[in-house]
Design a protein around this ligand. Structure first.
Ligand code: FES
Length: 82
């Protein structure tokens, strides 16, 4: 699974770094480092939303406050781990 976080200037201001840190932490904590690849991208043209994150090319708007919920709903649950 590829999770790509926008690190453009708008998303940076909205907390992209915290989102990256939280996702990194949660991926490590859940032992998913072999299954989830985190990456960065320049501006995706969706600056009107929160931080732009794509999971296998599907777009999500994530903030540092919603990062954990996003992780559970769109990363953890999709990996179908027991
Ligand atoms: S800076 Fe992230 S979508 Fe524009």
């Amino acid at each position: 699974m590829k999770v790509i976080i926008c690190i453009g200037s708008c998303c940076h201001l909205k907390g992209a770094r915290q989102v990256v840190k939280k996702l990194q932490f949660l991926i490590n904590e859940n032992g998913l480092t072999d299954l989830v690849e985190l990456g960065g991208t320049p501006c995706r043209g969706k600056c009107q939303y929160d931080v732009c994150v794509t999971v296998d090319d599907k777009f999500y708007s994530v903030s540092p406050e919603t990062a954990e919920q996003f992780f559970c709903e769109n990363i953890l649950s999709k990996l179908n781990r027991p």
